[in-house]
Structure formats: structure tokens, C-alpha cells
Ligand binder design. Structure first.
Ligand SMILES: *Cc1c(COP(=O)(O)O)cnc(C)c1O
Length: 680
């Protein structure tokens, strides 16, 4: 049974003592008189002892009750409630600490949802914050995180006085930071108007300027009332009440979105006639994806290798916002900027020594196209115009554009569909020597054979070092790369490492090339480059390759419109900082241990053909293809986000995933197989 969607607004002030309680009580009355069973709730009440939340003269609940004392439309629903009370009249984090209690947004959200479930007759909750918009709950969270956690709109209360527009500007920025929406804004007045000209000018301008700025939001004013007449005040909030009433009747957004999606959108590798099963994601936080119906999923995919620091990391968001304020984008032809220069320098420092020149691309596939074009232009520059083919192992994946596709696994990839349109490349046996087995030099025999037969045609070898990702999540022995590099050099072919999936620590080394101590001629990275925030990739090459391309006045012929996008560069720089500060090596080593422990019981389950773990990648390979949508649905029901493909059920959680959550992911996989959820 789907839960009744929470209908609530969060009443919050631009500061403390701005009249929130009066506004909440007035709104309560106004809603109740128009037939909406509303209840005013104080999630955190400070300055009041635990059992006096409804009675203490210092609590807000008695004010709510008083506002509706003369009307009785909903005898079954108490007008007011207080969930957590703390005696000290200070900010919630201090008041809680004084009683050795902790507050968290997720804990309070859970309390509120439970309260909503228990009060089935309520149409709407008016949640009044404690203190101002950014009053802290703990070191990392403040009042806004409650509204964000519940995904509900705000009613902002702001006193009308000198300084209002500045306070309001700050408040709106703080609201935007958390992606919150405003249901309405109420300007209050806590002392009488003196009636002089200047004051009148200020007060009217505050109201007009705010109305102009918030065109779609009701901006209302409650004048100074020395003696409360609730009824009169309630009338002034009518436009806001009307808006909230409409919200109550609104259809469930998530169903609507799926329906609209089906009409207009295309999803990865999908049919429009038999559309894929979709879940509506509305928010994300840390290692959690929050669905529109409020369910929270533990993320096991890092959004396809990308979100290594989890979601909404404040440092990444700060970098993004800061750069957005300075300069979101400029063309890279004829212009340069600090974020691009710094990022290129930082990447070069982290890459195998000798890779010294960076070309920014806007996605992994484009970075692969760039690498291939570099190799072709290099060979041309060397007078080797006949070297127009690429050698790639079976089982590789390099992206979905035509050039990249041509070097993907020709069987599992999309060659069948596009065979005649794709450039004909050369394929060799996939590196068959397991990562965790002793190296078998014979695994290079096929590469040697190809070079013996066709060296003159080969511009470059392209492969994913150590881990073949989307082509089978296969881990092979690093020594293979040493041998391959020697063969390439002897044959005059360049060596391209596609580290788009493996880069930035995922395999336990910063770049997987480090497992072998091999320096390729060209290296592509992407996916986790921006910590999963924006699309961006990079292709780096040696000075020798760059010079070969550019000799005799030639230029490299590529230049994407959004090349070196400053937003993406800035967030990538912040992501590199976080990698260092968070000690990615330790994080990945911990995940490796936890994945090994967690997936060990899959070994020996029926239909499982192999279980392997490397770095923060855990793979359970099945004997037959699994039913992706059924299994995905099973996992969502278990509260985890795992999307298997082909015969592979695999985990690559964000590096910040707590041990408990890794255990949950592994348990879901193990249980799913045990219960046969993978069967067609
Ligand atoms: C994902 C991936 C690509 C393609 O990157 P996109 O950003 O999806 O174009 C290329 N190579 C490898 C190894 C990948 O994992």
C-alpha cells in the first residue's frame, strides 16, 4: 500500500522573533475555517520542558490552540502538537546538547512522517521551525534540511522594517541553496508604524520590491495588531490559503511524471514502445537517492562510476555556485581561465609521468573520439598514413559515438546494428589472465599474433587498463599491460588507456595504469572527474604525441563548444581536493574489505558463476542474463539502488558509504539471488 503523501509546509523566519508563531497560528485558523483539517506542529520546541510542550506559556502550541479556540470544525484533530522539547531557550543544537541529546534532520523527518501517519484525519501539517531559516540542528545541518528532507515548500516570515530587503536577499539565497520552494512570504510588523514619511516609504518599497522579485509567490503583509483579532488576520492570508488548498488537491506528482516521461522521453538503451520501469528521483543526499514518494534508497551505483563523494557534497556545490557567480561558461577558442589551467595542471600531476598535455572534452565518448583522432593525426604526421586502424581486445567498452563504438566489443556491443557504418577495427582475445591469478605470459599470444600480421595498419591499441567495465566487469592481470606496452612500442603503435571508468581511485589506485606501472601514450578520463556533478572528460597525451601531431604547422582538429567549461572545471578541482582530504585510498580499501565480506555468501549460491572484488567494485557474475527491471524493482523494495545488466549484478558505491550501508547493499544482492529474484 503506498503511503499517503505528506502534505505540509514549513513556516520559517528570516531570523528569530520575527512573528512566525503568529503567522503559523493565523494560517492554522485560516485553513481550518475554509474546511482544511490542518494542524500546527512544532518539530523542535526549545525553552520548554519535555512534558510541557502543549501547556507551557513559553511554548508555541498554546498560541496555535488559542487562534482556533472559537471555531471547532475538527474535534478529532488537536490544533497543535510539539514533537521534541528542550528546556534551554537557545538554538536547537545547543538546547539538545544541554540534555545530551542529538538532533538530525533525518531523525526529525522520521518523527514528522510518523506523526503524519498517526494523524490520519489531518489534511495538512503546518510545521513551525525553531529559530531562523539557518538555525543549526547540528554541525552539518540546519532548519532547511528538515524542509529538504520532507521535500515540502516554505512559508517565509520576514519583518517589515529598515533592512528587510537585505535580510530577504540572504534568506532567498539560503533557500535556493537547498533547492527549496516558497509557497508564500508573509511580512510582519512587531511594533507600531510611526507614520512618518520615510518609514512609510521604506515599508511600501519593501513590499513592492519583494512582490516584484517573487512574481509567482503570494507576498502578504500582516500589519501591527496590538490586540489580536485572529479572524481579521486570517482574512489577510487568503491568497496563501487558496494556494495551499490547491496543493492539497494536486495529483500525485510522481505518477504524472512517469506518464509524461513515457510520452516524450528516451532513456538509455531503451524502447519507446516498451518503455523501461522508472522510479522518480526527487532529491539526493550523501549516499542516498530519495524518490518522489519519500522512499530513500542506498546508492550502490555511484550513478555509473561518477558520484564518488556521494551526492550534494557541500564542497562540490559551493565550487559550482561560486563559479556560476563568476563565470559559468566562455568559449575556449582564444580565451582561457584559471579553472581550466589549474585542472589541467592537477590532472597532469596525478597521471602517469610523461602525460603532459590535456584536451578537455564534454563526455567520455568524446574523450575517446579525441584520443583516436590524436592517434590518427600522430601517425599521419609521422608519415604513416596507412595506420588507420585500432586494435582493441574483446570485452571492451569505450562509449556510444561511432568511433568509440567501433572499438567496443564487436559481439556484445552494437556492431551488429551499425556494422556497415563503423570503421573496421581489429580485435584480439580479451586479457584472460585473472587479476588474482599468477600472470600467464601466453595471454599475450593473440596480441603478438595480430602485431605480426598487421602491425603496419595499426595506429594504436585502445583498452581499459585492469578493469573492463561495461563490457563485462572483468578484472585482469596488470602484467598484461606491461607486455602489451612493449609490443606496441616495438610495432610503432600508440597505446591508449581508457580510464573513464577506472580513474580517480575506483580500483584502489588513482589511475589503474599504476597497477602495472605503465605509461600509455594517451589516457582518457571522465565519469568521476567532476565527482558526478557535471559532464566532463579529458584526454591527455605525451609531449611526443602532441609534437608529432603539430609538427610542420599542423593543428589538432577538434574543438567542442563547451570545451573546458568553467563550471565543470571548478567542480572537478573541488572533487580532486576532496579525494585527497578524504583519504580515498583508505576509503576504497575499506570498501574493498566490506564488499569482500558482504558478497562472500554469494559464492556457492545456485546460478552464480563468479564473485570478484577489486577496490570499490564488487561483481557477482551469474550463469545467465538476469531480468534487469524485475531485479531493479526487487532492490528498490529492499531500499537499495542497484541496476544489474546482462549476467552481472555489481556494486560500486560512493566512497563515503558507511559500513552499514555496504552491508545492506551486499545483503540485498545475496538475498535477491537466494530468493530467485534474478530469474526471468
Ligand atoms: C562510460 C565509459 C565511456 C563513455 O563515457 P560517456 O561519458 O558515457 O560518453 C567510455 N569508456 C569507458 C571505459 C566508460 O566506462
Amino acid at each position: 500500500m503506498p503511503e499517503r503523501p505528506l502534505r505540509a509546509v514549513f513556516v520559517c523566519g528570516t531570523g528569530t522573533d520575527v512573528g512566525k508563531t503568529i503567522v503559523t497560528a493565523t494560517l492554522l485558523r485560516a485553513l481550518r475555517t475554509t474546511g482544511v483539517a490542518a494542524q500546527a506542529v512544532k518539530p523542535v520546541q526549545t525553552g520548554v520542558k519535555a512534558d510541557e510542550g502543549l501547556t507551557s506559556p513559553r511554548a508555541d502550541a498554546p498560541v496555535y490552540a488559542q487562534a482556533v479556540a472559537d471555531i471547532h470544525p475538527f474535534p478529532a484533530l488537536a490544533p497543535a502538537a510539539a514533537l521534541r522539547c528542550f528546556a534551554l531557550p537557545v538554538s536547537p543544537h545547543l538546547a539538545a546538547a544541554a540534555e545530551n541529546a542529538g538532533l538530525s534532520a533525518s531523525g526529525l523527518c522520521a518523527d514528522i512522517r510518523k506523526h503524519w501517519r498517526l494523524h490520519k484525519t489531518a489534511d495538512m501539517l503546518l510545521l513551525e521551525s525553531a529559530g531562523g531559516l539557518c538555525s543549526p540542528l547540528n554541525e552539518n545541518e540546519d532548519m532547511r534540511d528538515i524542509a529538504a528532507g520532507l521535500d515540502i515548500p516554505l512559508v517565509l516570515v520576514c519583518p517589515n522594517r529598515l533592512g528587510t530587503l537585505s535580510d530577504l536577499g540572504c534568506a532567498l539565497a539560503a533557500i535556493g541553496e537547498k533547492g527549496l520552494s516558497l509557497a508564500g512570504l508573509v511580512m510582519t510588523r512587531s511594533f507600531p508604524v510611526n507614520g512618518d514619511e520615510v518609514e512609510t516609504l521604506i515599508l511600501e518599497d519593501n513590499l513592492n520590491a519583494t512582490r516584484a522579485r517573487l512574481a509567482d509567490v503570494p507576498v502578504l503583509a500582516l500589519p501591527y495588531f496590538p490586540n489580536f483579532v485572529w479572524e481579521d488576520m486570517a482574512g489577510l492570508l487568503a491568497p496563501l490559503v487558496e494556494k495551499l488548498r490547491i496543493a492539497i488537491r494536486a495529483p500525485l506528482e510522481e505518477n504524472d511524471l512517469v506518464r509524461r516521461d513515457r510520452k516524450t522521453l528516451w532513456h538509455p538503451y531503451s524502447s519507446t514502445l516498451e518503455p523501461p520501469v522508472l522510479n522518480v528521483a526527487s532529491r539526493s543526499r550523501g549516499n542516498r537517492i530519495i524518490l518522489a514518494d519519500g522512499r530513500e534508497l542506498v546508492d550502490g551505483m555511484s550513478s555509473w562510476w561518477a558520484a564518488i563523494h556521494g551526492y550534494n557534497h557541500p564542497r562540490l556545490l559551493d565550487a559550482l555556485r561560486g563559479q556560476a557567480g563568476r563565470m559559468p561558461h566562455v568559449m575556449f577558442g582564444g580565451l582561457t581561465h584559471a579553472p581550466a589551467v589549474e585542472l589541467a595542471e592537477r590532472l597532469v600531476r596525478r597521471m602517469p609521468e610523461g602525460l603532459e598535455r590535456v584536451f578537455f572534452a564534454d563526455s567520455g565518448s568524446v574523450a575517446v573520439e579525441v584520443a583516436m583522432k590524436m592517434a590518427l593525426q600522430y601517425q599521419q604526421g609521422k608519415g604513416m598514413a596507412g595506420r588507420i586502424r585500432f586494435l582493441a581486445p574483446y570485452g571492451g567498452y569505450h562509449g556510444d559515438t561511432l568511433g568509440a563504438m567501433s572499438v567496443c566489443d564487436p559481439v556484445a556491443g552494437m556492431h551488429g546494428l551499425f556494422a556497415r557504418a563503423l570503421p573496421g577495427q581489429i580485435f584480439m582475445e580479451r586479457p584472460r589472465c585473472r587479476f588474482d591469478a599468477p600472470f600467464d605470459p601466453a595471454s599475450l599470444d593473440d596480441a603478438r599474433r595480430v602485431f605480426d600480421e598487421r602491425a603496419e595498419e595499426i595506429a594504436a591499441v585502445i583498452l581499459e587498463p585492469v578493469v573492463q567495465g561495461a563490457g563485462g566487469m572483468w578484472f585482469y592481470h596488470p602484467d598484461y599491460l606491461l607486455g602489451l606496452a612493449q609490443l606496441c612500442r616495438a610495432a610503432g603503435a600508440l597505446l591508449i588507456f581508457d580510464e573513464i571508468a577506472t580513474g580517480f581511485g575506483r580500483t584502489g589506485r588513482f589511475f589503474a595504469a599504476e597497477w602495472a606501472g605503465v605509461r600509455p601514450d594517451i589516457l582518457c578520463c571522465g565519469k568521476a572527474l567532476t565527482g558526478g556533478t557535471l559532464t566532463m572528460a579529458a584526454t591527455a597525451c605525451t609531449e611526443e604525441v602532441a609534437a608529432g601531431i603539430c609538427a610542420d604547422g599542423r593543428v589538432f582538429m577538434h574543438g567542442p563548444t563547451f570545451m573546458g567549461n568553467p563550471l565543470a572545471c571548478s567542480v572537478a578541482l573541488a572533487s580532486l581536493d576532496l579525494l585527497e582530504e578524504n583519504h580515498w585510498r583508505t576509503q576504497v580499501a575499506c570498501l574493498e574489505r566490506q564488499l569482500e565480506q558482504g558478497l562472500v555468501f554469494c559464492r556457492g549460491l545456485p546460478d552464480v558463476s563468479d564473485v570478484r572484488v577489486l577496490g570499490a567494485i564488487g561483481v557477482v557474475e551469474m550463469c545467465c542474463s538476469v531480468n534487469t527491471s524485475v531485479l531493479q524493482g526487487y532492490f528498490v523494495d529492499k531500499g537499495v539502488w542497484i541496476r544489474p545488466f546482462g549476467r552481472l549484478i555489481y556494486l560500486m558505491p560512493p566512497y563515503i558509504t558507511p559500513a552499514d550501508d555496504v552491508a545492506r547493499l551486499c545483503a540485498a544482492v545475496t538475498e535477491g539471488i537466494r530468493e530467485g529474484a534474478h530469474l526471468p
